[in-house]
Structure formats: C-alpha cells, structure tokens
Design a protein around this ligand. Structure first.
Ligand code: ATP
Length: 250
C-alpha cells in the first residue's frame, strides 16, 4: 500500500506486520506475531491483554527500544527499522516521552531539574511559560525546588508525566503508569494525561491491566498471543473488563 505525505501528518506511529521472536527452533517465543496498527496524532490508545500477550514488547518496538524481527515501525514519516543505535537513542530523546510504573526520577535533582532534563540532554532551550503550563496541566502543586523523594507517589508520577511532555514529543509511551497508585490518585494522573491529549493534541499509548485506566483512552486495543485480538472505541470500564475476560487470565 502506498503512503502519502498526509499519512505522516496525521499518523504519529505506524506499525506494519511487526514480528518479534525470542530464541529459535522449538524454544522460539513469538512475542509479537504480525501486528499492524496506526496511531492517529492527538489520540489516546490503551493496550490491554493477558500476561505474556506481548504488551511490553509492543511498546518497546514502538519506541525503538526493541528491534523487530520483521515488519516496520514508523514514527511520523521516520522509519525506525534498520537505524543505528545512536540514531535511535537520539530519536527517542527528541521525539518520544516515556512514563513507567516506577517513576525513574533523579533524586539528586529538584523537581524542576527533573522535568527539564530531556531538554538539557537534547541541548534545547526551555520556555518558562510552557514549563508553567505543563506543571499546571498535570496538577503538580508542590514547590519546584523540592527533591522528588519527598513527594507522594501521585505527585512523583505527575513529575514524570511533566518530564515526558516538556519536549512536546510525537508520542508518549506509558507502561502501567498508574500501577503503583491508589484509585483516587490514579484518576488524577489519568485526567492529566487526558488533558494533555485534548489540550495539546498529544498522542499517547498506554499499556495497562486496569479497565478503569483504559476507560480514559479514545480506543482500547487488545493483544492475545502476540496478535491484535480486537479493539473498542472509547468505552466504560465494565465493557472493557467484559472484553478482557474473553481473552483469558489477566
Ligand atoms: N527478552 C526476552 N527473552 C525471551 N522471551 C521474552 C523476552 N521478553 C519477553 N519474552 C516473552 O515474550 C512474550 C511476551 O512478553 P511481554 O513482556 O511483551 O508480555 P506482556 O503482555 O507485557 O506481559 P506482562 O503483562 O506479564 O508484563 C512472553 O512469553 C515473554 O516470556
């Protein structure tokens, strides 16, 4: 299928028949077995599936952290497949924002320095107004000169989201971002994410086990045995949970 310039303007991430096999012969594990998907710019997608269905591998291939065994991955119109490690590192730094369950903040730095770190690493200037807007939008109401270890888990995750947003990345990739948070705090973090998508047209791809978290997304894609096993447009947590029960244990 031919692609036009319009594709890369409207598509943040495209995966075409992506396969990832670990090992070989009888012991080979097909973590991804021909996954094709396009993420529209400004959309929020949740990825769900049973344990071992390939969710982390999917996220890592989208980020250029794992090299697919077959198929192609494109970030906008930039093909990740076949690039050298140094180029991938730069692409990740400049164009992808990561948020993990463990916040991965540096305690030697203040909150503000943590948020600005991706810009410093990329040698890019920072705009104080944008920093203020990002801080406000994620609902971070702590002194910015504080050390992250002094903050609650919810506040630390907001710092991590602010750090991911500060470069205005093409896509934010989130791996269980609310996995360590209580229900109320998780909801606030998800609202902040939703805000970033709605307000700035940010694109987000989030792996989660939690149907409530997935209900904040525009679409939910389900993985089973390394393959796409269906999708739901924005849905309630009950409907998402119901679909999950048909995919097996989780
Ligand atoms: N480095 C690796 N070496 C060998 N097998 C791997 C490796 N990484 C993942 N796998 C296998 O690939 C499959 C998919 O793993 P993956 O971690 O992507 O699933 P997941 O859906 O994220 O699981 P979970 O919800 O438990 O985190 C599993 O069978 C896993 O054991």
């Amino acid at each position: 299928m031919s692609r036009t310039l319009g594709d890369s303007l409207t598509t943040a991430v495209r995966m075409e028949s992506v396969r990832k096999t670990y090992g070989s012969g009888d012991t080979a594990v097909h973590a991804l077995d021909g996954v094709s998907i396009s993420l529209r710019r400004g959309s929020f997608t949740a990825v769900m599936g049973p344990s071992g269905s390939g969710k982390s591998t999917f996220l890592h291939c989208a980020a250029g952290l794992d090299r697919p065994t077959g198929g192609r991955v494109l970030l906008g119109d930039t093909e990740l497949t076949g690039r050298r490690e140094a180029e991938l590192t730069e692409l990740r730094r400049e164009r992808i924002g990561f948020v993990f369950q463990a916040y991965n903040l540096l305690d030697a730095l203040t909150v503000e320095q943590n948020i600005l770190l991706p810009l410093r690493l990329a040698n890019r200037p920072f705009e104080p107004e944008f920093l203020a807007e990002v801080v406000r939008s994620v609902g971070l109401d702590v002194p910015l000169d504080r050390r992250p270890a002094k903050l609650s888990g919810g506040q630390q995750q907001r710092v991590a989201i602010a750090r991911a947003l500060i470069t205005r990345p093409d896509v934010m990739l989130l791996d269980e971002p609310t996995g360590a948070l209580d229900t109320r705090t998780a909801r606030q973090v998800l609202l902040a994410l939703r805000h970033a998508v709605d307000r700035w047209g940010q694109t987000a791809l989030m792996v989660t086990h939690d149907p409530v978290a997935a209900s904040f997304a525009d679409q939910v894609v389900f993985l089973a045995d390394g393959r796409l096993a269906g999708e739901l447009e924005r849905s309630g947590a009950e409907q998402i949970a119901e679909r999950m029960t048909h995919l097996g244990e989780w």
